[in-house]
Design a protein around this ligand. Structure first.
Ligand SMILES: [Zn+2]
Length: 469
């Protein structure tokens, strides 16, 4: 009954920028693995009277993302206060952007169709709450009554956060996954974020509903949507969306509507669960932040940033296919990550310089016929330029020994073939082969190669053998 309905999906993606300092103060932005509450100041804590100053580099990076995704860049923009209270936001509002985001529009192509972007805006991340169980000793030391405590780490408070919002152009979990992967790939090429989902540097949210045929015919969107929050892997995203689509269809099949709410995803159990109802739109009482001046983005600034844009994955992939004759699949592997692509080009140039078969060399690397870390982004980041060069040389040496052959004259090969074919002990096999048993050729080729005792190309042996059949 699935085809009675069309899934309507939009995504919201939060990306922490990898700038040196935070969005509105000078504290370091990289907070992973750092002792809690050591990278903080009155601005991070939201203390009364603390004054924010906008980080220009974060603004430039947001514009860079917008340009890479074909968005329109605003010439005038501003920061607004989004008012709500939560323990990780003690000043009672988050500095975000409301009606004048830095970027509007844009799109990303997927194999299922293009997905339009609504907007890209810049805001500050909140602090982070950890729910922890204390030992009895820790409890005494802290002077609290319960073992179960909630602690707040302000190192994350004020880290620049970009929010990318799509139109509801996505119609399957697979498309959502492809879109998210492609976006992350582009962000990594731009080097604006680490996009490490395990560390929370990239967080996915999906808005889902299913549309009936009647609604589709009338050009109407479904009268509800469900938001799934904090999906921190592509696999979670895909599984949670599929779960929701099925759940909505079951409800709508009964003539009812799923409730408008925010849900979470339990991956070990494989289901979504209700977190809070969203029957009424939240009112954040946005207003322009009086502490921050309005932003004027000059055409010249946009032009300068545009010139810094690197080649993006789709362009690099096309280049690998046309310039080096790589297969679509191999080009895809080599462009999965920006550093892999950079090293990949050096590797290809070496193959070319040494007049080696480029296709065979790339196949050997991609299909792991050689031991090499050249395609592993996590290893590459740890290595120096010198170590990478050495690895390229080592990899190519392995490929050469894998594919290179000793020089053996064809007349010598013919001589050995003659010996094998006249060997009395092999006469049964040879006769069957001559009678049309093609399968036996492999056995005979093996005999020939064994007697030659050197590395010869099996294809050449097969050819010469056929001529003596
Ligand atoms: Zn600070």
């Amino acid at each position: 009954m699935k085809n009675k309905y069309t899934p309507i999906i939009g995504l919201e993606i939060h990306v922490e920028l990898n700038t040196k300092s935070k969005m509105f103060c000078g504290c370091p932005a990289n907070h992973f693995g750092v002792e809690p509450n050591t990278q903080v100041c009155p601005v991070c804590y939201g203390l009364p009277g603390a004054l924010p100053i906008a980080n220009e580099e974060a603004i430039r990076r947001t514009i860079k993302i917008g340009l890479a995704l074909d968005a329109a860049i605003a010439s005038h923009s501003k920061f607004d206060r989004k008012n709500y209270f939560y323990p990780d936001l003690p000043k009672g509002y988050q500095i975000s952007q409301y009606d004048e985001p830095l970027c509007e529009g844009g799109e990303i192509d997927t194999s299922f169709g293009s997905v339009r972007l609504t907007r890209i805006h810049l805001e500050e991340d909140t602090a982070k709450i950890a729910h922890i169980k204390l030992t009895d000793e820790q409890k005494r030391e802290a002077g609290v009554d319960n073992n179960q405590v909630s602690l707040i780490d302000f190192n994350r408070s004020g880290v620049p956060l970009v929010e990318i919002v799509t139109e509801a152009d996505i119609h399957s979990a697979a498309q959502a996954r492809e879109f998210a992967k492609k976006l992350v790939q582009i962000l990594r090429y731009l080097d604006v974020s680490d996009c490490d989902m395990e560390k929370g540097a990239l967080r996915l949210e999906a808005n889902i509903s299913v549309q009936t045929q009647a609604e589709a015919a009338a050009g109407q969107l479904p009268p509800y949507k469900v938001e799934i929050k904090n999906l921190n892997s592509f696999r979670f995203l895909e599984r949670a969306i599929n779960f929701e689509i099925d759940r909505h269809i079951q409800i709508r099949d009964k003539g009812k509507l799923p409730s408008q709410e925010t849900r979470g995803w339990n991956d070990s159990q494989g289901y979504t669960y209700s977190q809070r109802s969203k029957e009424e739109a939240e009112d954040y009482r946005y207003f322009p932040d009086p502490d921050l001046p309005e932003l004027k983005i000059s055409a010249q600034m946009i032009e300068t940033i545009a010139q810094e844009l690197p080649s993006l994955p789709d362009q690099v992939k096309a280049q690998l296919i046309t310039d080096y004759g790589l297969s679509d699949q191999n080009a895809e592997v080599l462009t999965s990550d920006r550093q892999v692509a950079e090293v990949g080009f050096q590797f290809l140039d070496q193959l070319k310089k040494q007049k080696l078969d480029i296709q065979a060399g790339v196949n050997a690397l991609v299909n792991k016929k050689v031991v090499s870390w050249l395609l592993e982004p996590a290893v590459l980041v740890e290595k120096s330029e010198q170590e990478i060069q050495t690895e390229i040389v080592k990899t190519i040496e392995q490929i050469k020994s894998h594919y290179s052959f000793d020089k053996v004259a064809e007349t010598d090969i013919d001589q050995v073939i003659k010996e094998v074919l006249s060997d009395k002990q092999l006469s049964t096999a040879v006769n069957s082969w001559r009678d049309g048993e093609d399968k036996i050729a492999g056995f005979l080729i093996g005999q020939v190669m064994h007697r030659i005792g050197k590395k010869v190309d099996a294809k050449i042996v097969a050819n010469r053998l056929q001529q003596q059949r």
